[in-house]
Write a protein that binds this ligand. Structure first.
Ligand SMILES: [Zn+2]
Length: 143
């Protein structure tokens, strides 16, 4: 393996294997088992593996919101979608005296029937709606 010395203290090596996504060189600094040159390459590889189309995140999020909105409409809810991407939640659904403030996330199905999704703060939302593109499933998870 060729060794490269960067600055004075950081010593790195280049892996013999190319990046599993872009084919570029992999810089090894701690782990000797890296398969991708960057976190972005790792993310894009996993996305491709799941068969997800290569769409911008904003588009993926908009699709999830529209699918969840359609599901709520089918079940008799009146649905309102945020005009601003910076609003405190994505959808508001009302039926009789119940109001739900919903944050929509795109997730991945787990073997136990639950889902993995970003739990990034949605302080004022009352629940998450997790859309799984591969199966079309929607999980509503109260906070
Ligand atoms: Zn790469």
């Amino acid at each position: 393996m060729p060794r490269i010395k960067l600055r004075r203290t950081i010593e790195t090596t280049i892996s013999d294997k190319p990046c599993g996504y872009c084919g570029g060189p992999i810089t090894l600094r701690g782990s000797q088992y890296k398969k991708f040159c960057t976190q972005k390459c790792r993310y894009l590889h996993l996305k491709k593996l799941k068969g997800r189309p290569d769409l911008p995140t904003g588009t993926t999020g908009a699709i999830a919101e529209l699918v969840v909105a359609a599901d709520l409409l089918k079940n008799g809810w009146s649905v309102f979608r945020s005009v601003s991407p910076h609003a405190f939640c994505d959808l508001v659904a009302c039926k009789e005296s119940v109001t739900r403030k919903i944050e929509v996330r795109t997730g991945s199905a787990l073997f136990d029937g639950s889902a993995s999704y970003s739990k990034k703060i949605a302080e004022h939302a009352t629940e998450f709606a997790i859309y799984i593109p591969e199966t079309g499933a929607i999980l509503y998870i109260g906070k």
